[in-house]
Design a protein around this ligand. Structure first.
Ligand SMILES: Nc1ncnc2c1ncn2[C@@H]1O[C@H](COP(=O)(O)OP(=O)(O)OP(=O)(O)O)[C@@H](O)[C@H]1O
Length: 704
C-alpha cells in the first residue's frame, strides 16, 4: 500500500524575498497533489496602513465602477432589487417583533384575571398574515425583475469581453490565457454578492436594534453578547489553505487579493494520472482506435494496475484535505461558547426568576439564532466578494490590455510601389515564440528577398520554420532580431490595418466560423459580402460550389452552429414524440475535412475582390484535398496572381515547384539553400534529397 504523506511529514521550507516582503515557500504533499504555497514569514501580523488604504481604495474603485455600470444598464430594475433586498433585510425583524407581541399578549392574558385581549390578538395576527403576503408578493416581483436585470447585465459584459478579446493580437491572447475563465457572470455575481452583503449588514443592524429594544433589564445586553460570540469566534478563526485568517482579511486586504497566499498545485502521482488518462479513452473519439486495435482488455488491465498501485492515497481536492487535517481548536472553542447563552439564562432563572419574562427570552433566543446565521453569511459573503473583486479587477484590466504588435504610422502602400505586387525581405531575422525557451529559436539569422510579383515556394522538414517565416511576413508576430522589410520599408512602420488589407492568407489553421456558408465565404471581403455573384464565383474558384449545392439550406446553411439543445428525462432510443423531436434537433450537417478546406479556400478567393491585395501567403492548405482538388486550387490561385506576390509553403513537390520563380529550402530554422528547381537539383543538397524521396514513390517497381 502506498504511504499517505501528510502535511507535517513532508513540509519543506525555502526562504526568499519578493516585492511584497519576505516570503517562504511551503511545500506540501497532500495525497496525490504536490502543493507550493507562498507564505509571509512574519509570524506577527503587521498592519501596513498605506498598503491597507491602497487595497481598499483599489477595491472600492472597482466596486464603484461596477455599481455605476449596473445603474446605467438597468436603473429601474436595480431600484426594485435594492428595495426588495431592504425589505428582505427588515422582514425577519418585523416578523419577530409581531411574534413577540403575540407571545406577550398571550403571556399577559394567561397571567391576568381579565383573560385574553381578543382584539389586540386578532389585530396582531391579521397584521402578521398581511405582512407575510406582502413579502411573498415582493419576492415574486423581485425574482422576475432580477432575472431580467441579470440578462441585461450579462449582455453588456459579453459585449465588453467580446471587444476586449477581439482587440488582442496573437501574442497578447497567449499572454492573457489565464484570463480565459473570466466571463460576464463575474460582474453580475460580484454585484449580487455586494447587494447580499449590504442586506445582511442591514439585517444585523436591525436584529441588534430589536434585541436592545426588547430588553428591559441589563440581561438582554449580556445575553445578546453571549449569543454572537460563537459565530464571531468561528468566523475570525476561520482559515483554509488559500486564505489568511479572517481578521487579516478584514484589516488589510479585504478588497483585493494582493496579500493572498499564492499557490501552485500539481497532481504528481503517476498512478493517479495514468488512471485519469485511461479514463479519457472511454470517450467516443477513441472508440474506433480501441475497437479496431482490440484494446479493451489492455485498458481495463492497466486501469486496475494503476488503481492497485494508488492504494489508499487520497485523491480528494487539496483544499479539502488541508481543511480536514486542520480542524482547528478554535472550532471546538466556538462550539463550547455556543452553550453560554443557555447556561446564562438558566443561571438567571434560578437566581432571580422575576427579572425575566418568557416572551422576551423566547424572542431573544430566536433573534440570537438569526444573528448567528447572519454573521456566518456576512463572513461568507465578505470572503466571496473579496475574491470576486479581484476577478472583476482582472476583467476591467482586459480593456487596458494593449496589443503586443504596435501599430505604425505610415500608410500602405507607399507612394512608390511596384504594380506587380509587394516586395518582401527578411534581414538577419531571428525569432522565438513567446514563452518558448531562450535557446529554441524558430528562425535563426534568416535573410531572404522576394521581388514584387514573384511566386516563391518554401519547402523543408516539419518544424524547420516555414510557417514561422510566413507569420513574420504577415506580421502576426514581430521579429526578435533583424528586420522584415516590405516595399523597402520596415514592416513595423506601416499602419497595421493597411497591411492587413494588402495581404490575403490561406493556411491550414484557418477554420470555418459558426456562421452561414455565405458569410464564411463573403467575409473574405466584407465590403462585397452581400454580392451573391461574387460569393458564388469565389466558391467556384475554391472548389466549394458542389458542396453548397449539396447542403439543405444552400448558402444559408450554418456548419457547427452554436446551439443549446437538450432533453430531460427523454430516452433517445425510445419511439416517443419527444425523443423523435430531440433526435431531429441533434442532427448535424456533416462535411468532410477536404470540403471544409474548399470552403475556407473560397473565402481567400473572395478576398481577391478587394483591389488592395498585393501579397498572398498560402501555407499548406491542401492536406485534406484530393489530388484533383489540390491541382485545381493551385491553378486557380496562380490564375489570380496578377499584381500579387505569392508565397506557398508546401510539402509536396510537383504542382508548384515547377512554376516557382524561387524555391526556399528551410532546415532547423535556417535557410538551407534557395534557387530555381533546376538549380537546387543540380546542387544535390537538401532539396535534391527531399525531391528524390517523393520521386522514388512514383518509380515503377518491376513485377517479379
Ligand atoms: N505557437 C508556437 N509556440 C511555440 N513554438 C512554436 C509555435 N509554433 C511553432 N513553434 C515551433 O517553432 C518551430 C518552427 O515551427 P513552424 O511551424 O514554423 O515549422 P514548419 O516548418 O512550418 O513545420 P510543419 O511542416 O510541421 O508545418 C518548431 O520547432 C515549432 O515547434
Amino acid at each position: 500500500m502506498t504511504t499517505l504523506n501528510t502535511h507535517s511529514a513532508t513540509s519543506n521550507r525555502h526562504k526568499k524575498s519578493n516585492r511584497s516582503g519576505r516570503t517562504e515557500i511551503q511545500r506540501l504533499q497532500l495525497g496525490v497533489y504536490q502543493v507550493m504555497i507562498e507564505k509571509r514569514i512574519s509570524s506577527v501580523f503587521t498592519f501596513d496602513v498605506a498598503e491597507t488604504v491602497e487595497a481598499w481604495r483599489a477595491g472600492l474603485q472597482v466596486l464603484k465602477r461596477l455599481v455605476l455600470d449596473v445603474t446605467r444598464i438597468a436603473p429601474l430594475m436595480l431600484f426594485i432589487m435594492a428595495f426588495s433586498k431592504i425589505w428582505e433585510s427588515l422582514e425577519e425583524v418585523v416578523l419577530l417583533g409581531l411574534e413577540t407581541r403575540l407571545l406577550r399578549i398571550i403571556e399577559i392574558g394567561l397571567s391576568s384575571a381579565d383573560g385574553m385581549m381578543a382584539r389586540a390578538l386578532i389585530m396582531t395576527v391579521i397584521t402578521r398574515v398581511l405582512f407575510a403576503m406582502c413579502s411573498s408578493l415582493i419576492h415574486h416581483w423581485s425574482r422576475d425583475t432580477e432575472s431580467r436585470a441579470k440578462s441585461r447585465v450579462l449582455h453588456y459584459y459579453d459585449d465588453f469581453l467580446l471587444i476586449a478579446r477581439l482587440r488582442m493580437d496573437i501574442p497578447a491572447i497567449q499572454d492573457n490565457r489565464s484570463d480565459d475563465h473570466l466571463n460576464s457572470l463575474v460582474p453580475w455575481t460580484t454585484f449580487t454578492v455586494l447587494l447580499e452583503l449590504s442586506t445582511k449588514l442591514l439585517a444585523v443592524a436591525s436584529q441588534l436594534g430589536f434585541m436592545f429594544h426588547i430588553v428591559q433589564s441589563g440581561h438582554g445586553v449580556i445575553f445578546a453578547t453571549l449569543c454572537i460570540m460563537k459565530p464571531l469566534i468561528g468566523a475570525l478563526s476561520r482559515k483554509n489553505m488559500w486564505s489568511m485568517r479572517m481578521q487579516k482579511i478584514l484589516l488589510s486586504s479585504s478588497l483585493t487579493d494582493h496579500l493572498r497566499e499564492g499557490r501552485v498545485v500539481e497532481a504528481t502521482n503517476t498512478d493517479f494520472l495514468r488512471m485519469r488518462s485511461l479514463r479519457t479513452l472511454e470517450s467516443e473519439e477513441f472508440r474506433s482506435d480501441i475497437l479496431s486495435g482490440d484494446l479493451v482488455q489492455y485498458i481495463i488491465k492497466e486501469f486496475r494496475n494503476a488503481r492497485k498501485n494508488l492504494g489508499e492515497t487520497e485523491t480528494e481536492s487539496p483544499e479539502m484535505q488541508y481543511y480536514n487535517k486542520h480542524s482547528s481548536t478554535a472550532s471546538l472553542i466556538a462550539s463550547f461558547v455556543g452553550d453560554f447563552p443557555l447556561i446564562y439564562y438558566v443561571a438567571v432563572a434560578l437566581i432571580k426568576p422575576s427579572s425575566m419574562n418568557l416572551s422576551t427570552i423566547a424572542s431573544l433566543q430566536q433573534s440570537a439564532i438569526l444573528l448567528r446565521w447572519l454573521f456566518w453569511d456576512i463572513f461568507y459573503h465578505a470572503d466571496t466578494l473579496r475574491q470576486y473583486i479581484s476577478r472583476l479587477q482582472h476583467l476591467y484590466d482586459l480593456e487596458k490590455a494593449t496589443p503586443t504588435i504596435k501599430d505604425g504610422d505610415i500608410s500602405y502602400p507607399p507612394e512608390k510601389h511596384s504594380d506587380k505586387g509587394m516586395s518582401l525581405e527578411l534581414n538577419h531575422v531571428s525569432f522565438s515564440y513567446p514563452g518558448s525557451k531562450e535557446d529554441t529559436k524558430a528562425l535563426s539569422n534568416v535573410s531572404f528577398r522576394i521581388e514584387p510579383g514573384e511566386l516563391v515556394v518554401i519547402v523543408g522538414a516539419n518544424g524547420s520554420g516555414k510557417s514561422t517565416f510566413v507569420k513574420l511576413l504577415t506580421r502576426l508576430y514581430d521579429v526578435d532580431d533583424g528586420t522584415v522589410l516590405i516595399d523597402g520599408e520596415d514592416i513595423r512602420r506601416f499602419k497595421l490595418p493597411d497591411i492587413r488589407k494588402a495581404i490575403a492568407t490561406l493556411t491550414q489553421e484557418h477554420l470555418l466560423f459558426p456562421l452561414s456558408i455565405a458569410e464564411n465565404i463573403g467575409l473574405g471581403c466584407p465590403d462585397a459580402m452581400t454580392d451573391m455573384d461574387l460569393v458564388n464565383k469565389a466558391a467556384q474558384m475554391g472548389g466549394a460550389k458542389e458542396i453548397m449545392n449539396k447542403l439543405g439550406n444552400g448558402v444559408k446553411t450554418i456548419l457547427d452552429p452554436f446551439s443549446i439543445q437538450y432533453g430531460s428525462r427523454v430516452e433517445e432510443n425510445e419511439q416517443t414524440e419527444l425523443s423523435e423531436a430531440l433526435k431531429q434537433l441533434k442532427k448535424k450537417v456533416e462535411v468532410s475535412g477536404g470540403e471544409r478546406q474548399r470552403l475556407v479556400a473560397s473565402r481567400t478567393f473572395m478576398r481577391f475582390n478587394s483591389e488592395s491585395i498585393r501579397f498572398v501567403a498560402v501555407d499548406e492548405p491542401s492536406s485534406a484535398l484530393d489530388p484533383e482538388g489540390e491541382l485545381q486550387l493551385f491553378d486557380n490561385l496562380r490564375e489570380a496572381k496578377a499584381g500579387k506576390t505569392m508565397v506557398f509553403v508546401t510539402h509536396r513537390f510537383g504542382h508548384l515547384t515547377k512554376y516557382a520563380d524561387k524555391i526556399l529550402c528551410m532546415k532547423e530554422g535556417e535557410v538551407a539553400e534557395h534557387g530555381s528547381h533546376a538549380e537546387l537539383l543540380a546542387k544535390k543538397g537538401e532539396y535534391f534529397k527531399m525531391y528524390n524521396i517523393q520521386a522514388k514513390a512514383f518509380e515503377t517497381v518491376p513485377l517479379s
